[in-house]
Design a protein around this ligand. Structure first.
Ligand code: IPE
Ligand code: IPE
Ligand code: MG
Length: 239
């Protein structure tokens, strides 16, 4: 097994609780998350992670109060614009998974598209921002695409199905991190996390820093990934 996970995916959770602990509005927690996002990208890149995926907004997050949704849209737009030069300079290829809902402001969709184009040739690390993302939605999209392609049912394999998912070059997630102590998938990259190792640090996302990220990589190294097999040291056990 590689000692550094090739693909790390983060469910960035706990912004609201971070703010509540400080008697601040929830939006203050989202604002404080910006530093964590940049530190996490840097920590991943300098650790040799090749693929980093960040869950920024779920298809279910549209259920939040309109004022919070509006704030998130404005914040993400500001963050994308502000950090575009840094992402380009660091060699990070950026792309946005989801982002299909007509409620996404046109300017934000344009910024997503501009950053994607700007960084398209970068090769140091691929950053996928899951925004207006739902794992089930992606699977349904893949099914639609397969049906449209006219593939006979008997020819559908896991590999072919995966080729119809959005961003089919994305490798399986090796390590998934969900901050804030919550322990659920919340509809995140369902296909790709099938065999991920999960860690659930108690720290809230706005407090998560480079050393916390590296601690998650350390935990990953101590895991025994079996993929349904048996641990290597037991191969050859007397039967
Ligand atoms: C994660 O923090 C950010 C988004 C889902 C956009 P939350 O806003 O879910 O924070 P908690 O879970 O309420 O603390
Ligand atoms: C998942 O967090 C979505 C993101 C981090 C963007 P939520 O806080 O929305 O998930 P639930 O509601 O606790 O499952
Ligand atoms: Mg939450």
């Amino acid at each position: 097994m590689r000692s550094v996970p090739r693909h790390v995916a983060c469910v960035m959770d706990g912004n609201g609780r971070w703010a509540r602990m400080r008697s601040l509005p929830r939006t203050a927690g989202h604002r404080a998350a910006e530093t964590t996002v940049i530190e996490t990208i840097e920590a991943a890149r300098t650790s040799g992670v090749e693929w980093l995926s960040l869950y920024a907004f779920s298809t279910e997050n549209w259920n939040r109060p309109g004022s919070e949704v509006d704030y998130l849209m404005r914040l993400v737009r500001r963050v994308v614009r502000k950090h575009a030069p840094l992402l380009l300079a660091r060699g990070i290829r950026c792309r946005f998974l989801g982002a299909a809902d007509p409620r996404i402001p046109r300017g934000l969709a344009q910024d997503f598209s501009d950053l994607t184009t700007l960084t398209a040739e970068n090769q140091e690390m691929t950053l996928t921002v899951a925004f207006d993302h739902g794992g089930r939605q992606d699977i349904v999209e893949a099914a639609r695409s397969l049906i449209r392609s006219g593939t006979p049912a008997d020819e559908v394999t896991e590999q072919l199905f995966a080729a119809h998912l959005p961003f089919p070059d994305t490798p399986d997630v090796d390590l998934a991190i969900r901050t804030s102590g919550e322990q659920r998938i919340s509809n995140f990259m369902l296909w790709q996390v099938a065999y991920a190792e999960w860690v659930f640090p108690d720290v809230l996302w706005p407090d998560f820093r480079g050393p916390d990220f590296r601690a998650c990589l350390h935990t990953y190294r101590s895991r025994d990934r079996r993929f349904g097999g048996v641990p290597p040291q037991t191969i050859g056990d007397p039967s």
